[in-house]
Design a protein around this ligand. Structure first.
Ligand code: NDP
Ligand code: MG
Length: 381
C-alpha cells in the first residue's frame, strides 16, 4: 500500500472517487491539483489538510491563496504548480486524473522521482506511450493502471510470462448509442452524449465513450502499457460492463476480471497494489445479473474506433495527432460548434493533413500535438 498520494485533477470524476478511496484506506493526500474549481479544491484541501493545492488557472490560484490564508496550505499556480503537485516529496504515488494531454509533463516529472503512477489519464500514453513507458522502466517507476479495462488486464497478466499471452480482449459497453441507427447520430446533442448507461464520468471521456474514440484511446493505451502489437488486441462489445477485460493465453485459456461497474474498485487497487483492501462498493450478484452478452464492434458505425486502431498501427506521432485533434473536436462539440459526427471529420482531416514522424522525441510529439490542435481550431471553429 502507498504511504501518501497526490491527486492531479482532484475535483473531477476520478479525482473525487480517489479522495473517497484515500479516506476509506486512511492514505494521506499530500497535494491536490485542479484547473479552476477552487470552491471544491478549498473544501478538499481543508478537509484532507493537504500541504499543497495547485491551481492551473493563475487568477483562480491567486483567489484561492487569499481564501486559504488562515491555513498553512500552500497554493501554487500554472503548469509549474501542476508539476510540483506531481512530485511532492511527501507522497510516494501520484494519481493522474486530469483529462487530456496536459497530464503528460507532470507524469514524466513524477516518473523521474521513481514513485508509483496510478494512471487514469490515458491521453498521456496515447500521446507519448513509447517515451513514458521507457522512462518508467529506466527510473523504476511502477505504472498501475486505473482505467478499468487496463486494471483488469493488469490483474489477469500478473504472474504470467509475456510468452503465455496470445491476445488481449478489450471489452467496451458500446456507449449510449449502441442501438441507434447511423442516420440518427448526426443530431446527437452534447446533453445526450454525456449520459452513459453504466458509468458516470467527466464530459470529455463521456463524449469519447459515445463516439467510441474512448475504446480507440484504450486500444492504444493497452498497446503501450502491455507492450503488445495492435494484432494482439481485440475489441469486444459487452454492454453490461461486468467483465472489465480479459486475456487469452496461448493454450486457449481465457482469464477475465469481473466486478460491478464502479471506478472505486480500480482506483482503490492502484493504491493498495499488490495488496487488496475491503471493498467500498456493492458486490456482484450473478443470479440477479442472469446473463452477460457480447458482440463484435461495427466499425462502420463507430469510425473513430477504426481510426484510432489505424493510428496504433501507424505509430509515431499518429496517436498524438489523433489525441490532440480529438480533444479540440470534443471541446467544439460540447460548445455546440460542430455536430456529433463531425468529431470524426476533425480527427481524420487533421491526420490527413499532417506528416507522421515515425520515431519522435518528446519535442516532436509536443509539436505534433500543437499543430493538430491548431489545425482543428482553424478549420472547424
Ligand atoms: P473530469 O473532467 O471529471 O475531471 C478532470 C479533472 O482535471 C478536474 O479536476 C479538472 O479541474 C482537472 N484539470 C483539467 N485540466 C487541468 C489542468 N490544466 N491542470 C490541472 N487540473 C486540470 O475527468 P474524469 O475524472 O472523467 O477523467 C480524468 C481522466 O481519467 C481522463 O483522462 C479520463 O480519460 C480518465 N478516466 C476516467 C474515467 C471515469 O470514470 N471518469 C474512467 C477511466 C479513465 P477543474 O475541476 O478545476 O476543471
Ligand atoms: Mg475505460
Amino acid at each position: 500500500m502507498v504511504n501518501g498520494i497526490s491527486i492531479l485533477g482532484s475535483t473531477g470524476s476520478i479525482g473525487r472517487q480517489t479522495v473517497a478511496a484515500a479516506k476509506h484506506l486512511g492514505v494521506p493526500v499530500k497535494a491536490i491539483s485542479v484547473q479552476s474549481n477552487i470552491e471544491l479544491a478549498e473544501r478538499q484541501a481543508r478537509e484532507l489538510n493537504t500541504e499543497l493545492v495547485a491551481v492551473y488557472d493563475e487568477d483562480a490560484a491567486k483567489a484561492l491563496r487569499r481564501r486559504l490564508c488562515d491555513t498553512n496550505i500552500r497554493v501554487a499556480g500554472g503548469e509549474a504548480g501542476l508539476i510540483e503537485a506531481a512530485v511532492i516529496p511527501s507522497a510516494d504515488c501520484v494519481v493522474t486524473a486530469v483529462s487530456g494531454a496536459v497530464g503528460l509533463k507532470p507524469t514524466l516529472a513524477a516518473i523521474d522521482t521513481g514513485r508509483r503512477i496510478a494512471l487514469a489519464n490515458k491521453e498521456t500514453l496515447v500521446c507519448a506511450g513509447t517515451i513514458v513507458m521507457a522512462r518508467a522502466a529506466e527510473k523504476g517507476a511502477e505504472i498501475v493502471p486505473v482505467d478499468s479495462e487496463h486494471s483488469a488486464i493488469f490483474q489477469c497478466l500478473t504472474g504470467r510470462e509475456r510468452t503465455e499471452l496470445y491476445r488481449i480482449l478489450l471489452t467496451g459497453s458500446g456507449g449510449p448509442f449502441r442501438g441507434k441507427p447511423v442516420s440518427e447520430l448526426r443530431d446527437i446533442t452534447p446533453a445526450q452524449a454525456v449520459k452513459h448507461p453504466n458509468w458516470s464520468m467527466g464530459a470529455k471521456i463521456s463524449v469519447d465513450s459515445a463516439t467510441m474514440m474512448n475504446k480507440g484511446l484504450e486500444f492504444i493505451e493497452a498497446m503501450y502499457l502491455f507492450a503488445c502489437t495492435p494484432d494482439e488486441i481485440q475489441v469486444i462489445i459487452h454492454p453490461e460492463s461486468i467483465i472489465h477485460s480479459m486475456v487469452e493465453l496461448v493454450d486457449g485459456t481465457v482469464i477475465a476480471q469481473l466486478g460491478v461497474p464502479d471506478m472505486g474498485l480500480p482506483i482503490q487497487l492502484a493504491l493498495t497494489w499488490p495488496e487488496r483492501g475491503p471493498s467500498m462498493s456493492e458486490r456482484l450478484d450473478f443470479a440477479a445479473l442472469g446473463k452477460l452478452t457480447f458482440e463484435a464492434p461495427d466499425l462502420a458505425k463507430v469510425p473513430c474506433l477504426g481510426l484510432a486502431m489505424d493510428c496504433a498501427r501507424r505509430g509515431g506521432t499518429a496517436t498524438a495527432i489523433l489525441n490532440a485533434a480529438n480533444e479540440v473536436a470534443v471541446a467544439l462539440f460540447l460548445q455546440e460548434k460542430i455536430g456529433f459526427t463531425q468529431i470524426y471529420d476533425c480527427v481524420s482531416k487533421a491526420l490527413d493533413s499532417m506528416e507522421i514522424c515515425s520515431d519522435p522525441n518528446l519535442e516532436e510529439i509536443l509539436d505534433a500535438d500543437r499543430r493538430a490542435r491548431n489545425f482543428v481550431r482553424e478549420h472547424f471553429d
